[in-house]
Design a protein around this ligand. Structure first.
Ligand SMILES: C[S@@+](CC[C@H](N)C(=O)[O-])C[C@H]1O[C@@H](n2cnc3c(N)ncnc32)[C@H](O)[C@@H]1O
Length: 277
């Protein structure tokens, strides 16, 4: 496959044919470097990753996968672009609702509650918690939610608080009206009426995450499905360090958490969670 590279100088424009990488050298190294950096295991998505990476290389005028594999390690801007490319940010408000309700019921029993959503994607989960707290009449000052995600575009959206109809498909008209201002086909969350939600670009495998402090509750839903067992274990071990004594870790229904003596699995109101031992 060929594409055109436009080289311009002050006077002329030369069209040069540059091949998209066809040499697979460096592709496995790229997948390995992604896994080492953020845990995401791309081995079951080889074909689609290859297509996307080819398009990325073409767009950025990078000639080989080997070069991309090394840029992940040494060039933070390219690394961020690649992380944005390979991560799956699917999320929506009130996803796995019984579990979110259990989180807020427990939070309301505490004098005040700090909750971490790791990952938060575009913020729907974090704002859902703040909305549920408001629905049960919990004083917004008793709750704070921090959301972290490795995808910078998702965090930009979370900070904007602006969503599409699709993100809100589980909400009733009453909930949409109560919690959002509608502007054209977009919905902007009414943050001022809710508990504080803040969002940061953080990799759960970066020790910077420990600067966020300790939490009463951590939600880590629908991220570990992209990790292998070793990274799932590493992930829950790191989150364990961020929980207060007897704090709770809630994982998604599809997240398979490997056994670790660090937690006791418990059930409450049809939801399950891992209590810090
Ligand atoms: C499918 S979304 C889940 C969002 C939300 N928790 C939910 O259940 O709706 C998975 C998110 O995990 C993020 N992610 C993947 N690896 C990560 C890592 N190492 N650190 C932080 N976030 C990560 C992705 O960027 C993506 O936004």
């Amino acid at each position: 496959m060929l594409f055109n590279k436009q080289i311009s100088n002050n006077t002329t424009q030369i069209t040069q044919e540059i091949p998209v990488p066809t040499d697979m050298d460096g592709f496995d190294e790229f997948m390995q470097n992604i896994k080492i950096f953020c845990g995401v295991d791309l081995s079951s998505k080889r074909e689609i990753t290859l297509q996307r990476l080819g398009a990325f290389a073409k767009n950025k005028q990078i000639k080989t996968f080997k070069e991309i594999a090394s840029l992940i390690r040494y060039h933070s801007e390219t690394r961020q672009d690649l992380l944005n490319l390979i991560t799956v940010n699917e999320t929506y408000f009130y996803r796995e609702l019984p579990q979110l309700k259990d989180v807020i019921t427990y939070a309301n029993d505490l004098p005040d509650a700090r909750i971490l959503c790791a990952p938060c994607s575009s913020g729907d989960e974090a704002f859902s918690l703040a909305m549920l707290a408001s629905e049960i009449g919990m004083d917004a000052r008793r709750l704070s939610v921090v959301g972290v995600d490795i995808n910078s575009e998702a965090i930009t959206q979370a900070n904007s608080g602006i969503y599409n109809e699709r993100n809100l498909h589980r909400l009733s008209s009453f909930q949409k009206e109560r919690f959002f201002n509608k502007n054209g086909d977009k919905y902007e969350i009414k943050k001022q009426n809710l508990a504080r939600c803040e969002f940061k670009i953080v990799n759960v495998f970066d020790d910077l995450i420990f600067n966020l402090g300790k939490f009463d509750i951590i939600l880590s839903r629908n991220m570990m499905i992209y990790f292998d067992d070793a990274f799932r274990l590493k992930c829950v071990e790191r989150l364990h360090k961020m929980l207060k004594d007897y704090g709770r870790l809630y994982t998604g229904h599809a997240d398979l958490v490997p056994y670790t003596p660090l937690y006791e699995k418990r059930f409450s109101n049809g939801a399950s969670f891992y209590e810090k031992r």
